[in-house]
Design a protein around this ligand. Structure first.
Ligand SMILES: [Zn+2]
Ligand SMILES: [Zn+2]
Length: 145
């Protein structure tokens, strides 16, 4: 119960903060961490929506590993917090989700870009890095043989 109140308070604080200043959104994915029943339900609905739209299983946007409900959904924006649109949530494995946050929370130029833009850029960057690493691994493996 206390946990729920704390989570709700944090949510309210984020909403108020977002209203105050659109250019400097908060960089904490409250619902990703707090296991509120609403968020759990939203995640389940998000998976159904994904299947309806894409008709294949979701994968992490960065490393393409299969995504399950045990993984994370990242908020591209907090515009509709609590009533997120399907397109505002993106699937990430936990490791890559942490990396996304580390990158865009540490770099002031990302902070200035705003959450949606920053996150999109960071995910693209991590994905490029991941494919470069995959290619390098393939080359290394082929050289081993
Ligand atoms: Zn991943
Ligand atoms: Zn996130």
């Amino acid at each position: 119960m206390i946990r729920w109140i704390a989570a709700w308070w944090e949510w309210l604080r984020d909403v108020l903060r977002n209203e105050d200043d659109d250019e400097y959104p908060t960089y904490h994915d409250y619902p990703d961490e707090a296991k509120s029943p609403e968020w759990v339900a939203r995640r389940k609905r998000w998976v159904r929506e994904w299947f309806e739209v894409k008709s294949y299983a979701p994968t992490c946007l960065v490393c393409h590993r299969g995504w399950t409900l045990a993984d994370d959904l990242h908020h591209l924006t907090y515009l509709h917090l609590g009533e997120e649109l399907f397109s505002e949530l993106v699937p990430l494995c936990h490791d890559d989700h942490v990396k996304v946050h580390e990158l865009f929370e540490c770099d002031p130029s990302y902070l200035r870009a705003g959450r949606l833009h920053a996150t999109t850029l960071v995910i693209r960057q991590l994905r490029a890095l991941h494919s470069t690493e995959s290619v390098q691994r393939l080359i290394a493996e082929s050289e081993d043989e």
